[in-house]
Write a protein that binds this ligand. Structure first.
Ligand code: NCD
Length: 296
């Protein structure tokens, strides 16, 4: 399908063919000025480093310009302006709106209000479709495909939208097996578990590590815990270091959407397993490909 003018709200709205097309564009090292004369609004109601800066870089690399904010303190939201009014203004100024928000459904609401396409850059603890695209793109490049691999997804599978989007995204493919590795209180919500179509099971990392082709690690989402005491109970409960990886396949890759806190020790960075910085770098070509296809 053509993405021109379409909203990007959930990874499940994309087919294998759609994603394959994006991956091929992203890997073709294209340069262009497809966004010349276009303005993209970056509406970041919640903190971000990679997502915002890579959307900005992708826009600039395609010859476009951007406006926006990375903290609501500097906007009229701090004076009490509503989300809806802010989005309506951005819609009048820009050709597409990239939205990040702490509340689930914020991007969908923005899409209902705006005529311009809205790209969800992460809202609440559920959806982060462009991160999932980058994750899949990284695997597609490194493993020459996404099917028939054994995946371990480790960390905060309850509040982490990157892990949740990645798991939903694997539904589009045919993984051999998916192991969900999380402290009991950070296991996925029923709704996410019910949506998984592949063969999956809960597991301990040490037991399944030798089988894994891809290990996807996430941080504990401290800011999304309704109860700070619950965070205190689970913090620091898992950590990967180089000595642990002795049991892994030499070809196993470790992904992490970043930021990392303490869940991957620094000594992992210099192992051949560490793909997370490359994964972050892949955000530029992937988001360039997406903007090229979406912005009218
Ligand atoms: C993620 C996010 O914001 O959901 N970061 C990102 O976009 N790469 C993951 C996280 O914050 O842990």
């Amino acid at each position: 399908m053509s993405f021109r003018g379409k909203d990007v709200l959930c990874i499940m709205d994309f087919t294998r063919n759609d994603l394959e097309r994006l991956f091929r564009i992203a890997s073709s090292k294209f340069e262009g000025d497809e966004l010349r004369g276009r303005v993209i609004a970056m509406a970041f109601f919640e903190p971000s480093t990679r997502t915002r800066l890579s959307f900005e870089t992708a826009t600039l690399r395609l010859g476009g310009g951007y406006i926006g904010f990375d903290a609501v303190q500097a906007t009229s939201v701090a004076k009490g302006e509503s989300f809806s009014d802010t989005i309506r203004m951005l819609d009048a100024y820009a050709d597409a709106i990239v939205v990040r928000h702490s509340l689930e459904g914020a991007a969908k609401l923005a899409a209902e209000l705006a005529d311009s396409p809205v790209i969800n850059a992460g809202d609440g603890s559920k959806r982060h479709p462009t991160q999932a695209m980058i994750d899949l793109y990284t695997i597609w490049k490194e493993k020459r495909g996404i099917d028939n691999l054994t995946y371990g997804v480790l960390g905060d599978l309850r509040y982490g939208r990157a892990a949740g989007s990645f798991l939903r995204a694997l539904n589009i493919y045919s993984p051999k097996k998916v192991y969900l590795i999380a402290p009991e209180s950070l296991r996925p919500r029923e709704e996410l578990l019910d949506s998984l179509k592949m063969s999956w099971e809960f597991a301990d990392l040490s037991e399944v590590l030798p089988e894994l082709d891809v290990l996807y690690v996430t941080r504990i989402q401290k800011e999304r815990f309704p109860d700070p005491a619950e965070y205190e109970r689970v913090k620091g409960s898992y950590r990967i270091d180089a000595s642990l990886l002795r049991d892994a396949k030499s070809s196993m890759i470790i992904l992490h959407p970043l930021p990392r806190v303490d869940e991957i020790a620094l000594d992992v960075d210099s192992t051949p397993h560490a793909l997370y910085f490359k994964q972050a770098a892949n955000g530029i070509p992937l988001r360039m490909a997406l903007l090229r296809e979406v912005v009218p």
